[in-house]
Design a protein around this ligand. Sequence first.
Ligand code: ASP
Length: 346
Amino acid sequence: MANKPKILLVYTGGTIGMIKDYKTGALRAFDFNQIQEKIPELQHLDCDISTISFESPIDSSNMNPAYYVKIAEIIEENYINFDGFVVLTGSDTMSYTSSAISFMFENLQKPVIFTGSQLPIGDLRTDAKENLITSIEIACARVNNKPVIREVGLYFEYKLYRANRTTKINAEQFEAFASMNYPPLAESGVHLHFNHHLLFQNEAKENQLIFRKNLIDDIVILKLFPGITKKVVEAILNIDNLKGVILETYGSGNALTETWFINLLEEIIQKGVEVVNVTQCAGGSVILGLYETSTDLKRIGIINGRDITTETAVAKMMYLLGENLSQEDFKYYFEKPLRGEISSEI
Ligand code: ASP
């Protein structure tokens, strides 16, 4: 490429955009458009950086589908004019957000890298600089005039992950994220090393970017625990207008076998509510029918979430519900990898 890559930094909020007021000790948001002043090192990167910031940056605990749409619209509006995107959000819900963005774009041909930090950018020991600088380098990386990354990634503490495979696992250590069921896409040491064979290969013949923003949020996560009562399950499954349930089961997809429980699930599946089985375990997969405790779930037509994370199950459910599919098609597409978020065979 003749010109320097053009990278758009999208700042939505979170710790990364804060500085410590050394007089008062309090953290406050700073004007992100002045990022180049805060991190002069950015000027040494071989790219042109532009920034765009939410008018009122948010803590990522306040993130929701309306904000997903706002982020995705910024990317869509600037897609032609930029070579890559680095999106800064708080780390708390970054896996949910980045995962949702991965579904909202089909045929993505440019990198969208999410990052943030555990310490504010103005802190002496901050992890923000490395996370931000390397994310920009990743967004700039090209081979044969094509971006190396053509999917939504999440970079934190020397590792680039497929965003829809991540979970925030630590509120203290700089290594805040893990991707238990899929190896890192790249690792940053002395060199930036890409695991090319693990990168998302877009199989579509038609490479036009498709943007979808109809997300349906009438869903619930039902996490099983020993002793869960009929009263509680009944109340949850009878939520008005409920369209989807993510059932967090034990181990390889196991649940209590009591008749009342199976009947309640069967009833709502027959009413057209989509029910997905995901495991509470951080790693590994649902294997329906492996134990007797999951054969009934299989019989009543529960969707097999295999090794998808709960965060990504939420995002994928919101996305697929917005597509108005038949129950059969919903199951088919949920169980099929669309953006590399679920393994096709275990
Ligand atoms: N509470 C912050 C947030 O998620 C933490 C962070 O930025 O990492 O917005």
